[in-house]
Design a protein around this ligand. Structure first.
Ligand code: SME
Length: 163
């Protein structure tokens, strides 16, 4: 199946999940499962949520729902990794070759490329969707659009539940 047809197909499923999910947490679990199962180059898919401590500790990205091998990076400060870069700038980061990016925190020796998309609630970053691939340059424009749509739907769901 050509990539554009595949992402459209997954997109339809995504809209269905967003309408039926009982909570943002459910939606995040279903999204990581959908992307990991259906997008064959998405070898690790997970959400990190931003936690701000009340005791003056620096904010941390904390691993939430994920699919793929366990990662050593369950808590990432904002000044570390591709994950920290996406959350602190509020912008999608696509890395075609992780071995050439000094920010990269290794999760698996097999990872070759990565995309991280921030999740926003009312204009503030509250987390992000991180995807690793065993293939170099795995994340093309249509992948970026798909992953950004996932992050948007989660942000909208969180917004409803945090009224
Ligand atoms: N590679 C990420 C760390 C998280 S693992 O990929 C799951 C980073 O550089 O921030």
């Amino acid at each position: 199946m050509p990539p554009a047809v595949k992402t459209k197909d997954v997109d339809r499923e995504l809209e269905r999940l967003a309408r039926s999910a009982k909570s943002a947490h459910d939606l995040m679990s279903q999204i990581v499962e959908l992307l990991h199962d259906r997008m064959l180059k998405y070898n690790w898919v997970g959400f990190y949520m931003l936690e701000t401590a009340s005791n003056g500790e620096p904010p941390m990205l904390v691993l939430g729902a994920f699919q793929g091998a366990m990662t050593p990076h369950t808590r990432i400060p904002l000044h570390q990794g591709i994950c920290g870069a996406a959350a602190s700038t509020g912008k999608t980061v696509v890395v075609d070759d992780v071995s050439k990016d000094h920010r990269y925190l290794a999760c698996s020796l097999e990872t070759k490329s990565e995309i991280v998309v921030p999740v926003y609630v009312r204009g503030k970053v509250v987390g992000e969707l991180d995807i690793d691939s065993h293939f170099p340059s795995a994340f093309k424009d249509e992948d970026r659009e798909l992953v950004e749509r996932c992050a948007l739907l989660v942000g909208q769901h969180l917004e409803k539940s945090r009224k």
